[in-house]
Every structure is written in C-alpha cells, then in structure tokens.
Design a protein around this ligand. Structure first.
Ligand code: HEC
Length: 150
C-alpha cells in the first residue's frame, strides 16, 4: 500500500513538473513574434522545437550544397521524428499538423529521390514548412522564408 501511495506522489510530481515546462516552452513560440522588444530570453525547448531548429540548420546546409552543385547526400532520417516529437502544446498535434507533416516529409524526400531537380524540390520543401507555420507558429516565418533558393 505504501508503495502505491509513493508511486502516486511520484507520478503527480512528475506530471506537474512537466506541465510547468510545457508552459515555458509554449511561450517561446509566441515570444519569437516580438523579438527585439524583450530581447533574448532563456527557455527550455520542447523536443519538437529542438527538432525544428535542427531541421532549419540541416536545410541551410542543404541549400548551400544545392547552390554550389555539391552532392546532395541522403535524406536525414531524424526528420521523420516530426510525426512523434513532443510539442510544447500537445493540442497542436491535430489533423492539420499530421497532414502538413506528411506533405513536408514527402517534399523533402523528393530532393533526394530526384536530385536533378533539387532546387525546385527544395523550395517546395520550404513552402511545406511555411504552410504549416502559417497556422501553427508564426514567429519563425521570416527566418524560414530566407531558406528559399532564388
Ligand atoms: C507540420 C507542421 C510543421 C512543419 C512542416 C514545420 N514546422 Fe516548424 N514548428 C511547428 C510547430 C508546431 C512548432 C512549435 C513547436 C513547439 O514549440 O513545441 C514549430 C517550431 C519551429 C521553430 C521554432 C523552434 C523554437 O526555437 O521554439 C522553428 C525555427 C521552425 N519550427 C522551423 C521550421 C522549419 C525550417 C521547417 C521546415 C524545414 C519547419 N519548421 C516545418 C510546426 C511545423
């Protein structure tokens, strides 16, 4: 019996802590919209936010390689974590998100399947980032737009 009570307390404490964390990370997405006003602030990123930052950097590097005509390499498998990574706000993982995530992965895969048209596929991939962000998380949009290859 004692063990069960202890477990219950542990579970409670854990879920409470998690909620707090989510709150902080969720604000970060909104905060990005007003960058400059409050300046830089430390916050804990959600798994999804960290994946997004990684995808941003990966796409920046890929853009460089496409422009220079370097080899494209292989599809970065960690991108598929977009289907499962934990978000700051679990409510964001709705049907819209799932459909956009699928389209995004398909667009990114095409770059590697058909490297001759890498530039076109790459830009479609960036557009897929934007299609989701226009609904989900407006803050990073100006940054994402810079990824387009002109
Ligand atoms: C299917 C929807 C979807 C797609 C596609 C998508 N994002 Fe996101 N992105 C989100 C959501 C939702 C968040 C907020 C995540 C969170 O806070 O947990 C986010 C957050 C971010 C952030 C902010 C992370 C932070 O520091 O808080 C950046 C930057 C970002 N995305 C860039 C990208 C880029 C670049 C792409 C394409 C390569 C992309 N996103 C594709 C939904 C998407």
């Amino acid at each position: 019996m004692k063990k069960i009570v202890l477990l219950a307390i542990l579970v409670l404490a854990f879920s409470c802590k998690k909620e707090e964390k989510e709150k902080v990370a969720n604000e970060s997405c909104a905060k990005e919209k007003s960058t400059g006003k409050k300046g830089f602030q430390m916050y804990e990123m959600s798994e999804m936010a960290a994946l997004m930052e990684q995808m941003y950097v990966d796409n920046l590097r890929l853009k460089d390689r496409i422009i220079k005509g370097d080899t494209i390499g292989k599809f970065p498998q960690h991108f598929v974590k977009i289907h499962s990574a934990v978000m700051s706000d679990g409510k964001d993982n709705d049907d819209f998100f799932k459909i956009q995530a699928k389209k995004f992965i398909q667009a990114q895969e095409l770059i590697y399947k058909d490297p001759v048209n890498a530039k076109q596929h790459f830009n479609n991939g960036v557009q897929a980032c934007l299609n989701c962000h226009e609904q989900k998380c407006g803050g990073p949009i100006p940054r994402i737009k810079k990824l387009f290859i002109k």
